[in-house]
Write a protein that binds this ligand. Structure first.
Ligand SMILES: [Zn+2]
Length: 222
């Protein structure tokens, strides 16, 4: 999960904070894309995106945070609506990409799988797994339970194959960093690219720079 830096509250031309009525919280959408890039904050796909209320707007605490910039991220309909929905009433007990080094909590695999990193302490393992479950990030393959997440699994496998191919081309001198960055921006799934290009810091840095808001301090490959 790509760790991100949240910019300060967006301002109007006169320097005041941008504010929206609760019914018009989508007014923050453009600012969120500028800050975080056009990717789901959880599964990392470049899908159609919702404004995602970290603390759900239907929860007792979240109903006061519907138009609070610090409670907003971007999320795909699957992570935001199908899974996360209104389950978490607080931020406690989960891994949030605008809060911690969310990349170091997970391992990505060529099979399309995503797992909690085995080297975490037990408290962090619990939080990392809770986040997988909250957003439905690692369903078993070919499950009939949730077709959209099966699609996610397939997407991760395909992106891994493309990244490996480009890495081989790069090592052979047959492609450029710029070309790799272009493919990565189009495909999304930042964490897969950073994992596959482990050891190639020039590529990792260029990819991280291309995804708006990436907290590059945390971009150490596993
Ligand atoms: Zn998602």
């Amino acid at each position: 999960m790509r760790p991100v830096t949240r910019n300060s509250w967006p301002l109007k031309p006169n320097g005041d904070r941008k504010t929206f009525a609760v019914s018009n919280y989508k007014g923050f959408f453009k600012d969120l894309v500028i800050n975080f890039g056009f990717y789901c904050s959880y599964c990392e796909r470049p899908d159609s995106l919702d404004i995602e209320h970290v603390i759900p707007q239907s929860s007792p605490a979240g109903q006061h945070l519907v138009v609070d910039w610090n409670n907003l991220l971007l999320g795909c309909p699957s992570c935001n609506r199908d899974h996360k929905s209104n389950i978490n009433n607080t931020r406690n007990g989960y891994v949030w990409p605008d809060e911690v080094d969310s990349f170091s909590h997970y391992e990505y695999f060529s099979s399309g799988d995503l797992k909690v990193k085995s080297t975490l302490d037990n408290a962090d393992k619990t939080k990392a797994q809770a986040t997988i479950d909250l957003c439905g990030l690692a369903p078993p393959p070919k499950s009939n339970a949730n077709q959209s997440k099966d699609f996610l699994w397939q997407q991760r496998m395909k992106v891994w194959v493309v990244a490996e191919k480009l890495k081989a081309d790069y090592i052979a001198g047959n492609t450029t960093v710029g070309n790799i960055v272009t493919f990565s921006e189009m495909s999304g799934f930042w964490s897969i690219w950073i994992t596959v290009f482990s050891g190639h810091d020039d590529v990792i840095n260029a990819i991280s720079d291309a995804y708006n808001g990436t907290k590059s301090d945390y971009c150490t490959p596993p």
